[in-house]
Design a protein around this ligand. Structure first.
Ligand code: FE
Ligand code: FE
Ligand code: ZN
Length: 293
């Protein structure tokens, strides 16, 4: 079964119901959201009533709740010792919010070492995650995202993620989210995706993959930039991304689009999901959409 969706909004009033309606409008059967603004700590209390309404709507529309993903806010940086205490507290709270919503996967950027060095950064991340799992006895899995290697980002290669994973005491709680744009920008050649998966399996283990972010990239391989592009308009291309999406070893993993809005105005996801389902690229689809709107 293909689980395909995109990033969607979550708001104060309608919460998960809002996210669900948006996902359905794109023809998605999964989705990803932030529980609040990714740059601040303002969070509303979760309304179980809205969650229940959302669950019913998902059921009616064949959206698979087990495949829904939360993205942790950017302000959590476990790699930075000066921010560690805050990061531990806020990540614990985010996991509790996920637990209350019933979401089982949370994508987390490993963090940036901001000059303290990779090794110390990794140690801080391990300390942070272990502290979080000591406080929080829920079942939400934390998925470390593969990063482009912008600035002092940790997680720019599989070996760094492996080191973090090895340090985590609670193995059932930790996994990986692979992001196609980030992997390309980090220097991985995805044109032979089988070889990449083989490499991933030998270093980390393929069963650790709990989410795939599907993005084309504005930049050449190894650019360390992290700028997402719409499907087929970047350096990866539609056919390559389709191979990732349809890979049999990733069949039961949610695929989430984080491609940019068109003219920063409207979401491309309905069209992108349609092309993915039909396995067929529409020449000039973005220009066509621009004209139609
Ligand atoms: Fe991310
Ligand atoms: Fe991503
Ligand atoms: Zn990114």
């Amino acid at each position: 079964m293909l689980y395909i969706g995109s990033h969607v909004s979550f708001d104060k009033k309608d919460q998960l119901l809002r996210s669900t309606k948006e996902a359905i409008s794109y023809g998605a059967n999964t989705f990803m959201f932030y529980t609040g603004a990714p740059q601040n700590t303002l969070r509303y209390s979760i309304s179980d009533e809205k969650t229940l309404e959302a669950l019913l709507l998902m059921k009616e529309n064949e959206v698979c709740f087990e495949q829904v993903v939360v993205h942790a806010p950017y302000i959590i940086n476990l790699a930075n010792a000066n921010n560690l205490e805050f990061g531990i507290r806020f990540l614990t709270e985010e996991l509790e919010r996920c637990e209350q919503l019933g979401v089982r996967r949370m994508v987390l950027h490993p963090g940036s070492h901001v000059g303290q060095g990779v090794e110390e950064g990794i140690e801080n991340i391990i300390r942070g995650l272990n502290a979080v799992f000591l406080n929080d006895h829920g079942h939400v899995k934390v998925l470390l995202e593969t990063m482009a290697g912008k600035g002092t980002e940790i997680g720019r290669n599989l070996e760094e993620l492996k080191k973090i994973i090895d340090g985590v005491t609670n193995q059932e709680r930790i996994g990986v989210c692979i992001d196609t744009c980030h992997l390309n920008d980090a220097g991985y050649d995805l044109s032979d995706f089988d070889s990449f998966l083989k490499k991933f399996d030998s270093i980390i283990g393929i069963d650790k993959i709990g989410c795939v972010h599907i993005n084309d990239s504005k930049n050449e391989r190894g650019a360390h930039k992290d700028r997402h592009e719409n499907l087929g308009y970047g350096t990866l291309g539609f056919d390559l991304l389709l191979k990732v999406i349809d890979h049999p070893l990733l069949e039961n993993v949610p695929k989430i689009l984080e491609t940019p809005f068109i003219n920063r105005e409207f979401a491309p996801y309905k069209k992108e999901i349609e092309m993915i389902r039909e396995k067929k690229w529409e020449d000039g689809w973005r220009e066509n959409l621009e004209k139609a709107n």
